[in-house]
Design a protein. Structure first.
Length: 255
């Protein structure tokens, strides 16, 4: 009987991480040697131990899954967990790199484990690094959005993301807020979180993305909440969800 597959998991969503870990454990084929919600910490832990495969989310604050791959030491195979559409999924297949489309299905997970087990002792897996690099370049193109489109009557206004202090969902609409005004968008917060550079925009609440470059200060109010104050002319204050406080502080280097 072959030895268990040693797996490390990185996903910034704790519930997704817990669900995947539970699914892997129930297969009886995997030993989970570590897990992390912070990609930088996870990368350091992976580098410090023997890991057969890294299950890696793509869209994370701090470092994206692609940036983690670029810094990954030689050794672990990589399985991306992704919400990408079918065209991107085909790119994974072409480059012979595995993926799991969220929400992960048991049958698909088993096939991924079969592939990992076959490659583990295959000398040809040295080609994996090149395939990962090609894949990262393919899926980056054309890159993160550098402006957002807002419809105003019969015309479309393009708003540079550098001017956007935050994006907020209000009612059934989503707005990009600049120092001067608000611009209604066609996209949801979840869609924009995938399309905007995670090194710049951070989700502080279910309905709010903030541009980190516009944060002036953080402070707690009398109710124990953490508030962000922005550099805009109105000194806008935004509430940080309790389950996002630690991740935000780590992202800002405060922990």
């Amino acid at each position: 009987m072959s030895s268990p597959i040693r797996a490390f998991l990185i996903d910034d969503e704790p519930l997704a991480l817990k669900r995947l870990a539970r699914m892997l454990e129930t297969t009886g084929r995997v030993e989970i040697v570590g897990r992390a919600t912070d990609p930088e910490k996870g990368l350091r832990q992976v580098a410090a131990q023997a890991v057969d495969v890294l299950f890696l989310d793509i869209h994370m604050p701090g470092l994206s899954g692609f940036q983690v791959v670029e810094r990954l030491p030689t050794g672990p195979q990589v399985v991306f967990t992704t919400a990408y559409d079918q065209h991107a999924v085909q790119a994974f297949e072409v480059n012979a790199v595995d993926y799991l489309l969220k929400p992960v299905e048991r049958e698909r997970l088993e096939r991924a484990l079969d592939r990992i087990a076959r490659r583990r002792d295959d000398p040809a897996r040295g080609e994996l690094g090149g395939a990962l690099e090609r894949l990262a370049k393919y899926l980056r193109a054309p890159g993160f959005l550098d402006r957002l489109a807002s419809r105003v009557g019969d015309r479309v206004q393009l708003v540079p993301v550098s001017q956007i202090t935050h994006v907020v969902a209000r009612g059934r609409a989503t707005y990009a807020v600049t120092g001067a005004t608000e611009h209604m968008l066609d996209s949801t917060i979840a869609e924009l979180e995938r399309k905007l550079d995670p090194a710049t925009f951070f989700r502080i609440h279910r309905g709010t993305l903030v541009n980190l470059a516009w944060i002036s200060e953080l402070h707690a109010d009398f109710g124990g909440r953490l508030l962000l104050r922005l550099k805009d002319g109105r000194h806008t204050e935004l509430v940080v969800a309790r389950d996002r406080v630690r991740a935000l502080k780590e992202r800002l280097g405060l922990l």
